[in-house]
Design a protein around this ligand. Structure first.
Ligand SMILES: [Zn+2]
Ligand SMILES: [Zn+2]
Length: 65
């Protein structure tokens, strides 16, 4: 099991792999991390401000949803 998986690995919100989802379901945020569209949208709407779940960097601007 790889110790660190970035971007192409798992969604850090739900821990699901990206391997089985269509590309348009994934969303890359400004820091470069990738999440499911629904997951990052829910995360941001859930009172987490606009910080990346993984690195806590601010996601610049608004997500292009
Ligand atoms: Zn997810
Ligand atoms: Zn990030």
């Amino acid at each position: 099991m790889p110790s660190v998986v970035h971007a192409a690995g798992n969604c850090s919100v739900c821990m699901e792999s990206f391997g089985k989802i269509p590309e348009e379901t994934a969303r890359r945020v400004s820091c470069g991390h990738v999440y499911h569209h629904n997951c990052i949208t829910g995360w941001l709407l859930n009172g987490n401000g606009n910080s990346c779940p993984l690195c806590r960097r601010e996601i610049s601007g608004r997500l292009m949803i």
